[in-house]
Design a protein around this ligand. Structure first.
Ligand code: FES
Length: 150
């Protein structure tokens, strides 16, 4: 098990609170980026909770990550309008450019590829987001150029 004693400060901060597990997990993820199994084991021990409980919560909520995330998060909208306008092809192009599958992080740790629900900009379909930047009416031929900006 790694040395995670640096996380004790967070654990102690919430020690008196009922329902502390989710806030602790949030803050730990903010601090070290993701919740590896080793981190979950450490938290289970320190919080005196079964590992299965922690694992259950981490896997239930999509905002918890168990693997390192890239510097930039790509979200391809898979809402109906975007899907109809070819979001699937954009996703395939991203996968081949980055040589990863959905949910994975590129080998250089620059990008993590995810899909999103409707982003509310259907008139610009197909849409993708990289961090806070929205790209509309994206064509497959533009994908490499968009990635090169990062
Ligand atoms: S379906 Fe993609 S923005 Fe609405």
């Amino acid at each position: 098990m790694g040395n995670f004693s640096g996380l004790d400060r967070i654990i102690e901060k919430y020690s008196d609170q009922p329902g502390k597990l989710i806030p602790v997990l949030h803050e730990v993820q903010e601090e070290i980026g993701y919740l590896s199994l080793a981190v979950q084991q450490y938290l289970a021990e320190r919080l005196k909770l079964p590992l299965s409980k922690i694992y259950g919560v981490v896997s239930f909520y999509s905002f918890f990550n168990t693997e390192p995330r890239g510097q930039h998060i790509i979200g391809v909208c898979m809402g109906t309008a975007c899907y109809v306008k070819g979001a699937g092809k954009i996703l395939e192009k991203l996968k081949s450019e980055l040589a990863i599958e959905m949910g994975q992080t590129s080998a250089d740790q620059r990008f993590t590829l995810t899909i999103t629900r409707c982003l509310g900009t259907c008139s610009m379909a197909p849409v993708l987001m990289i961090d806070d930047q929205l790209y509309g009416t994206v064509r497959t031929t533009e994908v490499a150029g968009i990635l090169n900006r990062y």
